[in-house]
Design a protein around this ligand. Sequence first.
Ligand code: BDR
Ligand code: CA
Length: 312
Amino acid sequence: MHRLLIDTDPGIDDALALFLAVASPEVQIEGITTVSGNVPITMTTRNALALLELAGKTDLTVASGSNRPLLRQPVFAGHVHGGNGLGGLQLPEPQQEPLHNQAVTTIIQKILQAPGEITLIALGPLTNLALAVRCEPQIAQMVREVVIMGGALRVPGNVTPNAEFNIYADPHAAQIVMHAGWPIRLVSLDVTNQTRMDRTQFATLAASNHPVTNCIQSMATAYINDFGKQRGISGLAMHDPLCLAAAIQPDLISWKKAYVDIELNGLHTQGHTIAYFEQPESLDTTLIDAKQPNVLASMDVDQERFLAMYMQ
Ligand code: BDR
Ligand code: CA
């Protein structure tokens, strides 16, 4: 059984990841914490509750977290996810209330209560994780693993030429998290951009005519018609669902140890994830070799297997 604590900023692909977690028999969701990211915190929290209620999960802890990044001004992604974060889809007002401002304490408590058991998944900016590990550094030794959707190591970024949204939205938090000394799997654009679902696949999924699959199709269609059309992209990038899947089945992806640092100061490069990989011995790698790996970086993905898993 995989015991997952999910920090998220729904977000269309966050929603698809939450549904994957709910539908996976081998997953026990320990709680959901929300963060400001794709849309402001009030909306990411409302969306998380509304999505879970749609999926029939009314018994989960949902705790809201940071309403802004540590230092930088907030940036949002309404142009990708729609102004409400769900591609304009209007879900019923949730009946449940969140635990207000308790994401950080929830992360700390859940990990301390079950040493070595909890996998912490980060699908949004890393603000809550950074605050949690600064408040209680022991969680770094007690978490099973931290699986993060973020970064662009060998490919262009999706916000600036070299920064990915979750890292760019709170680079200082990301730097704290990368260097906290916990075991990290970093699921970056290098693999998530290659992992897309198209209209036909969403239609096949929605043929089951379940409220969840109808919701998925509606959000995905909005994304493909609007953002996708502007960019000449015909499929939805499954960033957050692939990250969630990697926590359950790590061998969907091939991994390589790397030392990752976050560019904090660059005028044009803030939020860039700089990765030092082991180099062939023939090169002079004195500087690179001095860097101790702090993540397992995603190198390649078996898209077909992932998509088959998602459809199932
Ligand atoms: C990440 O940014 C967000 O817009 C998505 O939800 C995903 O977590 C991809 O760069
Ligand atoms: Ca997200």
